[in-house]
Design a protein around this ligand. Structure first.
Ligand SMILES: [Zn+2]
Length: 230
């Protein structure tokens, strides 16, 4: 299912709660995350229905529900740019070792190896089209978010989950436990959530759950809950 949010954002959801996004630019779409396996054709059709190609593909983090259709998309759109961080590239190559500057916590879930290679390595502060890359580790060490500098839309990946009552990932929700079960380090995630709130986003879009307009209050409440339960 595809839904539009504002001028530039199209949310594409499978199985009710697994979302990827198309972000409209003048020359085509940026695909943020590649969803579950088997999503490629429906993502391409959504872009095609809008009359624009997918010319950039980027990732919030290396978990399988965000990289599931990466290799399939790369096969269908080989000329697009493929952009992710060096840390994500490391996970996608099968290397699960921790870096010295990270919390030495256990990875609950490891990522599947993907054969697609980045055409460009990105880091915090870089731009992918109109999207500014924001480091937001916690759910995973490699996690990044994307802030659309045109209209304040924040694509927060799994830094927040908005299935039911919005939460910082790692805070348990019985009706959708998967992101919590897969979360690496909650204190780091709370720091990142505060950094994302400080951007004053106009709209919060996440990997799992509804798009929230004017999200400051729900982000603040989720952060406070996370601090209480940490
Ligand atoms: Zn996820």
């Amino acid at each position: 299912m595809a839904t539009k949010h504002g001028e530039n954002l199209i949310k594409m959801t499978r199985m009710g709660a697994f979302s990827a996004y198309l972000v409209r630019e003048e020359d085509g779409f940026t695909l943020v995350d590649t969803g579950l396996p088997g999503s490629a054709n429906s993502f391409l059709k959504t872009a095609d229905d809008e009359g624009l190609p997918i010319n950039r593909v980027t990732l919030t983090h290396a978990h399988d529900d965000h990289t599931g259709s990466l290799d399939q998309i790369a096969g269908l759109v080989p000329d697009a740019e493929y952009l992710w961080t060096a840390r994500t590239a490391q996970f996608l190559s099968g290397d699960v070792s921790m870096m010295e500057n990270e919390a030495q916590a256990e990875l609950k879930v490891t990522s599947s190896v993907r054969s697609t290679k980045a055409t460009q390595i990105i880091q915090a502060g870089d731009k992918v089209g109109s999207l500014e890359v924001i480091a937001s580790p916690g759910h995973t060490p490699d996690h990044i978010a994307f802030f659309d500098t045109r209209d304040g839309t924040l694509i927060a990946g799994d830094a927040f989950v908005t299935v039911g009552k919005p939460a910082v990932t790692g805070i348990f929700r019985w009706y959708f436990p998967f992101p919590t079960m897969a979360t690496w380090h909650v204190p780091t995630g709370i720091e990142s959530a505060e950094k994302l709130l400080a951007l004053k986003p106009s709209r919060l879009a996440v990997g799992h759950g509804k798009v929230v307009e004017n999200p400051a209050d729900v982000m603040q409440a989720a952060i406070e809950e996370a601090k209480r339960k940490m």
